[in-house]
Design a protein around this ligand. Structure first.
Ligand SMILES: [Ca+2]
Length: 517
């Protein structure tokens, strides 16, 4: 309380003047004391595994990101908290697991009154409070550089970025910026919502991409049949990654040309794992392991745990992006966060485990949890029925490998790992030794070998502890009335394959307004 009785009017004037003078002094001294903060640029790759030259990938050309890695720190052991866009982004935009904030089902809370739990805020709001201009960039010198997607499972927190921040020219010179470029490549070109009409879904920019990878020179993983369709898809994906590098190159060259490179922390990452049938949507390593590169600018003293040109093999959660970004901005890490910074003084011991969760995606309900340690990966499917072979209309339409595998399976032509993948049903447990089996095709969950048995028991317990400690909201099923419309929406967008038509909804309807996934 300021006062208990009405003071005399001249005293009010005096007090106001005094307050005004104090405010001026405070403003001047805080401006003098305020730390100079670097710009921060997120290059957010889409649906990406370690398919860059700097990660040893073949048949891609990624010179811009390779250079970033050579000058910065490249992380090799980063695990996303969810194998698809919106839940993963909801996690690293807040610094909490999506399963703790009820943002775990894909594209949830888009039309309801949901608010983030008290004290949980989008990272852009925290940066805005620290004086940052926040931008979601789409264009630069008339070129398209980013999708501008938000894809968060919360929409009632106010504007996520500053207004009119979609073009590079909006970035201010007189205060630091936090800018995000959401990659256009490594994504199917589907947002016209007419995908069911097309014989084949193209990749974004497919016609312009250099054809470095070809069906003849690629080596798809052994959990798919060696088939021309699989090879063609693999080549299309790798060429899309090379296209992404070119587009990010435009941004990096602009930053350099404007002399802002040495004032800008650059963080490149993939938002979830690879755009392949067993990648995105699934809690295999292919759906969860993502690239991460951080480059610190020359005009700011490098933080602890940062060394130019280093390769970091520590087990990291993609969730750590949040606290790392705040640390780069000089913003203290909020105590409630699950995220811990990868740079500066440690706020937690190195992670022994990295956790992930998959819940409903589009119309497809699966509840899967997974935990990585430095060597093993344990996956627990809690849902019943087919896993990989369950119906998801987006996957059926856009990923030609899916209908191919169904056909080959029906004809009895699948063997080995592809057959096991098609036959897998939940509930089930899987354990993989990533050191000897990076493609995760030899399930060790039933192994009696002592080291593998010990790993199973240890990872089971780690997962059980995490589920309780983080308050996994996946225990509570989504109401039917929320899930049901997704079936119709996905049918209208992607159609329904003939084998699944019994019990399907009406014929494809006219297209509603585009919505970014
Ligand atoms: Ca994504």
């Amino acid at each position: 309380m300021l006062c208990t009785k009405p003071p005399h009017s001249s005293m009010i004037h005096l007090r106001l003047l005094r307050c005004f003078a104090l405010a001026l002094v405070a403003t001047a001294s805080s401006a003098e004391l305020a730390p100079r903060r670097p710009n921060i640029l997120w290059l957010a790759g889409e649906n990406l595994a370690h398919d860059l030259g700097c990660y040893g990938a073949k048949h891609v050309r990624t010179p811009h990101l390779d250079r970033l890695a050579a000058e910065g720190v490249r992380y090799t052991n980063v695990i996303a908290t969810n194998p698809t866009c919106a839940p993963s982004r909801s996690a690293f935009f807040t610094g909490l697991y999506q399963t703790s904030t009820d943002t775990h089902p894909m594209r949830s809370h888009r039309t309801d009154a949901y608010r983030l739990p008290e004290g949980v805020r989008p990272i852009t709001h925290r940066l805005r409070d620290a004086g940052y201009f926040t931008a979601n960039l789409k264009t630069l010198d008339g070129k398209e550089i980013g999708t501008g997607k938000l894809d968060l499972n919360f929409v009632n927190e106010g504007p996520i970025y500053h207004e009119n921040s979609g073009d590079w020219s909006a970035l201010p010179q007189d205060r630091p910026f936090f800018a995000v470029v959401n990659a256009m490549e490594s994504e199917y070109d589907i947002y016209d919502r007419q995908t069911w009409k097309h014989a084949r879904a193209e990749w974004v920019g497919e016609r312009e991409h250099e054809k470095i990878a070809t069906p003849a020179n690629v080596t798809p993983p052994p959990y798919y049949p060696d088939h021309p369709v699989v090879r063609a898809e693999w080549a299309r994906y790798l060429n899309s990654v090379s296209g992404m590098d070119q587009r990010f190159g435009v941004v990096l060259e602009k930053l350099r040309a404007e002399g802002r490179e040495d004032d800008t922390v650059i963080i490149f990452f993939g938002d979830n794992g690879r755009l392949e049938p067993r990648g995105i949507h699934w809690c295999y390593d292919s759906g969860l392991r993502v690239p991460l590169i951080i480059r610190w600018p020359k005009n700011f003293p490098a933080p602890a745990r940062y060394a130019p040109g280093a390769v970091n093999d520590e087990l990291v959660s993609l969730l750590d992006l949040t606290a790392t970004t705040l640390a780069a901005a000089g913003v203290p890490r909020p105590m409630l966060m699950h995220s811990h910074s990868l740079i500066g003084e440690r706020t937690a011991p190195p992670r022994s485990y990295a956790f992930a969760a998959r819940d409903r995606i589009d119309e497809t309900e699966q509840r899967i949890r997974s935990v990585h340690d430095a060597r093993y990966h344990y996956i627990r499917t809690l849902s019943t029925g087919p896993t990989f072979a369950s119906l998801n209309r987006y996957k059926e339409k856009c990923f030609p490998i899916y209908p191919l595998m169904r056909q080959l399976h029906a004809e009895g032509k699948l063997t080995g790992a592809p057959l096991e993948l098609m036959q897998r049903t939940g509930p089930c447990e899987e354990l993989y030794d990533l050191r000897s089996d990076p493609h995760e095709i030899k399930n060790l969950a039933a192994s009696s070998q002592p080291a593998q048995r010990e790993a199973l028991i240890r990872l089971r317990a780690a997962l059980d502890t995490w589920l309780v400690e983080t308050g996994d909201r996946g225990y509570f099923p989504e109401p039917r009335e929320i899930v049901a419309p997704f079936t119709q929406e996905m049918h209208d967008w992607f159609g329904t394959p003939a084998w699944a038509l019994s019990g399907a909804t009406s014929t494809p309807a006219s297209a509603p307004a585009p919505v970014r996934r």
